[in-house]
Design a protein around this ligand. Structure first.
Ligand code: TNX
Length: 550
């Protein structure tokens, strides 16, 4: 009896093994074009074929998992023209299983994907990991899976591989300046799609700056009635734009309503992208004084600037308490719109000329025992941080917030090289690295002669790919403060969405690999080969890009 049971067991085990092992040609590295490159790939034999009988198995009682299963079948059923259903379980073996499984090694965003001839099993610790695993499945399929049209006469094969993958950094960001030029909500969603396609997870939304206020604030309607609009000088070079004349109407600009913002934030959430709003202060704020001149030092009325000016002298008065009431009123609405734990308050390039001459600012310096205007800026930021902390939010600022003393729990975004980030990490503060040298996608990406007009600089694809967010001068403990990196897309010279895509891609593709892939697995030559297929994906998705080879 015992023997018989053993035999039955052995036979069923053999049956299971042959069933689940991969048959067919050996899969090789060149068959796989995943970007960013996964941490670990093992190659099997043959492929899993998706057809109408394939089932997606997922916990349909869990709304988040059910939604993820839907994102998988929607693309399969549209581009691949299949009719795949989601089931909770099935005896059928032709299935793609999505499941949550406690596995600390995979962290918040990692996944494990096993593709065999008869079955695909995607496991993750958290839903975000399943989302990234699904992105990987799409990239294992023929590129036509990215097509908006139905594509017939294709075998939808997933090569047999085993992938264990998770990101190197938790902060993988893309910034976009919507003040210098305004871009419609539909494009913001497309930008978020592109972020998610690259397994990046932060959208830093630069919502306010001198050239236009872009977020509806119910308490202060002047911000969208007046500060969101400037005169149209689009036919002139950014630096040669005459200010608004007395008899002129400001017609160029726009803003996002709170309803649009809520929708965008929710949309981003469904793609595991968190939205970081930026409200600039104390500088880069002259547009505010077009509607509310009382919050500047001089009280003078300004018009919203249609182009550049330097330096940024028109900044919030730091000696006037009503400025803080105003800013807290704004931030209170911002906090209600954005669930992300961080709020970015800018802090960059504030010229202190007005503060030096302002009696209120000088009296604040005296009363608070501050040494100089740098310490006054630090006072300003610390006061705002106190408010944010009281509302359970964390403050992020550009590296200038180090000057005059860093607020106690502030996170620093290091843009003027890595030094600000290094200093902040050494002080025990979290840091996001986005140095102008490697992460400014408003800079030229090739010989300026061959490119549309840009702000200057030169950052080609290879340079972005060589970026390392961890400076050598940090020790192991300090390294841990570097949350990751991001690229910034300032739009003084970028007036429309196609141009944004052109400037962002493929440099963003390189940055995505820098921020996701283990450093020792990064390989420029191999990346360039995979890039060719990535371009085909962009083509299918209707995304513009610069056909860069270096
Ligand atoms: C500096 S980076 C700025 C922006 C400009 C950008 C142009 C930073 C924090 N401030 O206001 O748009 O340079 O590259």
């Amino acid at each position: 009896m015992k023997n018989q049971r053993n035999i039955t067991f052995t036979i069923s085990l053999l049956f299971v093994l042959t069933l689940f092992s991969c048959n067919g040609d050996k899969v090789t590295k060149k068959d796989i074009t995943i970007i960013p490159e996964p941490a670990v790939i093992e190659y099997g034999n043959g492929y899993f074929k998706i057809d109408d009988k394939t089932l997606v198995i997922a916990d349909t009682n869990n709304p988040e998992i059910f939604k993820l299963a839907n994102t998988l079948i929607e693309r399969l059923n549209s581009a691949a023209d299949l009719d795949i259903k989601i089931k909770k379980q099935s005896k059928n073996i032709n299935q793609i299983i999505l499941e949550l499984l406690e596995n600390e090694d995979l962290g918040e965003e990692g996944y494990h994907l096993l593709v065999q001839n008869n079955i695909v099993r995607l496991q993750a610790n958290k839903a975000a990991g399943l989302f990234y695993g699904i992105q990987t499945i799409f990239q294992l399929l023929p590129v036509d899976i990215f097509s908006y049209q139905k594509v017939n006469n294709i075998e939808w094969h997933i090569p047999c591989v085993e992938i264990t993958d998770k990101p190197r950094f938790s902060w993988r960001g893309m910034h976009l300046d919507v003040s210098r030029h305004f871009f419609p909500p539909e494009f913001i969603k497309k930008y978020i799609d592109i972020i998610a396609l690259h397994k990046m997870n932060i959208f830093h939304w630069h919502l306010t700056d001198d050239n236009g206020w872009r977020i509806e604030i119910n308490k202060y309607p002047g911000l969208t009635d007046i500060s969101a609009w400037r005169v149209d000088r689009e036919d002139k070079h950014w630096k040669e734009r005459e200010p608004q004349k007395e008899d002129e109407k400001a017609t160029y600009g726009g803003f996002y309503t709170q309803e649009e913002i809520r929708e965008i934030v929710e949309y981003a959430g469904s793609k595991y992208v968190r939205v970081l709003p930026e409200i600039e202060m104390p500088g880069h704020t002259s547009e505010v004084f077009a509607a509310y001149p009382e919050y500047s030092c001089t009280g003078k009325i300004f018009t919203v600037r249609p182009g550049s000016y330097w330096p940024n002298s028109e900044i919030f008065c730091a000696g006037n308490d009503s400025v803080f009431v105003f800013l807290e009123g704004i931030l209170s609405e911002v906090i209600n719109l954005f669930p992300f734990e961080y709020i970015h308050i800018g802090g960059d390039e504030a010229d202190k000329t007005r503060w030096k001459a302002c009696p209120k600012c000088q009296s604040r310096i005296n009363k608070e025992n501050l040494k100089d205007e740098d310490e006054l800026q630090s006072y300003f930021i610390k006061r705002i941080e106190k408010y944010l902390t009281s509302r359970n939010k964390k403050l992020i600022g550009w590296d200038e917030i180090l000057e005059g003393g860093l607020a106690s729990d502030a996170t620093v975004m290091s843009w003027r090289g890595l030094d600000g980030g290094i200093a902040a990490a050494k002080l025990g503060h979290d840091v996001i690295m986005c140095p102008g040298t490697h992460c400014y996608f408003d800079h030229y990406q090739a010989d300026p002669e061959s490119q549309p007009l840009a702000i200057g600089g030169y950052t080609n694809l290879k340079k972005v790919y060589s970026f390392n967010p961890i400076p050598k001068s940090l020790n192991k403990d300090e390294e841990a403060y570097v949350l990751g990196g991001q690229a910034n897309v300032w739009t003084e010279y970028i007036p429309d969405p196609e141009h944004i895509e052109y400037m962002a891609l493929p440099r963003m593709t390189a940055l995505a690999e820098v921020l996701w892939t283990p450093e020792n697995k990064r390989n420029w030559r191999n990346f360039r080969k995979r890039l060719i297929i990535q371009y085909e994906r962009f083509d299918r998705l209707g995304i513009n890009y610069y056909n860069s080879k270096q």
